[in-house]
Each structure stands twice: as C-alpha cells, then as structure tokens.
Design a protein around this ligand. Structure first.
Ligand code: SF4
Length: 236
C-alpha cells in the first residue's frame, strides 16, 4: 500500500461537499460512471439551487428524476433521494452533522436507518465526510481484495472487516481512495494490466497466474519432447 499510496496521490472528491451532498452523490453513483454521476449531481444542483434535505424534500420525485437522468436508474433513485431528504429533514432537522458526531457504530446505525441507505453508502459518508475510520468497499475494492486474497468471502461485511483488520485506522480513507484509483487504472475487472503494475510481485492473483502459465509451458515442452521421441523411434 505504500507503493500504491505514492502512485495515486489522494483525490478527495468530497472535500468541498457537505455530508448531505456526499450522501446524495453516493446514491447517484450506484451503477454508473463517475462522469455520469457528476453530471446528474450538477443537474440536480442546478434544479434545486442547493442540494439540501429541505430543498430536495420540497420538489417532486418527477423533478428529481428529470434532473438526475444522466446518472441512470433515475426512476429508482429519485424516490430514494426524496425519501432520504424527508427523513433527514424530519428526524435530524436537515443536519447530517448531528449523526456524524456520534461514535462510529452509532453513526453507522443511524445512517443505515435512513430509507434506502445500505452499508456501503453509510461507510462512504462516515469515511469521506465524518473522519470515521471505516473502509467503504466498492466494486473495485471488492475485486482487488479477492485478487490479493485478503478474504475468500464475497459479502460486503466480510470484505470490509478484512480490509479494516489489515489497515491502520488513520490510513483507511487514503487506502480506500488509492485502491479505487488502482482498480480504475490498472487492476481492471477484465484484462488487468499486470505487466505495468508496481505491486505485482506481492499480488497473489498475479503469482498464481504466472505459476499456471509456467506449468502450461512445461507441459507443452514435455508433450513436444514426447512427440519428437515417438517420431524418431518410428523413423528407425
Ligand atoms: S498484478 Fe495485476 S491483478 Fe495484481 S494488483 Fe496488479 S494489476 Fe491487479
């Protein structure tokens, strides 16, 4: 991780956002690209002026869906966004800061009690806005944790627990961002660019792949030697 941290300097996309904006942005980011999530978020901001619980609760689901269509799944995301806005307005007077001031477990629990907020969304808000030592797991992180054999399990909580076990609390946010950058740049789902990867010598997936390839070459050489021997015997 020291190598990856140096390779991918921290890009804190949430630095200028309020916790509520980070929450809405994370909902928008589901099943879409970063570029389309940004387009959806900016259009939503243009529609309501400011992405706050009060303003989003005051507009219709249809208006939200029309604003966020670039982010995809607008008809599913719009009612969730509005329901979250109403809950934050009514339960927390529009202030997510109040939740983020709780200890991590309680804050996570409160965030997950908002409509449609799951563990990943809660962890992103906790880590990116609240300075809490959680390790949010997205699709890149889940894939890379599997390739590095940090855990063989596939469920969110097991992967998160494995990453938190291996990561000092003060490094979780930085390493979360570095692994995502690595997943987008080199360690892609299909055809990872292992020959360009600075951590390949420490990567279980790469080492197993190399071992398989070496075995295949040895097997091929063995087979061609047998064929040659058979030919020379039959020629005698
Ligand atoms: S060596 Fe390949 S699989 Fe391993 S971390 Fe690098 S890019 Fe990913």
């Amino acid at each position: 991780m020291r190598v990856l941290e140096a390779r991918y300097p921290i890009q804190d996309w949430a630095r200028t956002m309020t916790p509520f904006e980070v929450l809405i942005s994370t909902v928008l980011s589901q099943s879409t690209t970063v570029a389309n999530e940004r387009r959806g978020f900016e259009a939503l901001r243009a529609r309501v002026g400011q992405v706050t619980a009060d303003r989003l609760a005051a507009v219709s689901e249809g208006d939200i869906a029309r604003a966020i269509w670039h982010a995809g799944l607008a008809r599913q995301k719009a009612p969730r966004i509005r329901a979250i806005a109403i809950a934050v307005r009514d339960r927390w007077a529009g202030r997510l800061h109040t939740i983020l001031a709780f200890p991590t477990d309680r804050a996570r629990e409160e965030l997950m009690s908002l409509p449609g907020v799951g563990p990943k969304t809660a962890d992103v808000v906790l880590a990116m806005s609240g300075g809490h030592p959680t390790f949010p797991v997205d699709t890149h992180i889940a894939r890379i944790a599997g390739r590095w054999r940090l855990t063989r399990r596939k469920d969110y909580e097991s992967i998160r627990a494995a990453l938190e076990q291996w990561t000092p609390p003060e490094k979780r946010k930085a390493w979360h961002l570095a692994i995502i950058s690595h997943g987008r740049t080199l360690c892609k789902a299909r055809n990872p660019r292992c020959s360009d990867c600075p951590v390949r010598r420490d990567c279980d997936w790469y080492l197993r792949k190399r071992a398989r390839e070496d075995r295949a070459v040895t097997h091929e050489r063995g087979s061609s030697t047998k064929v040659k021997n058979a030919r020379s015997l039959s020629a005698r």
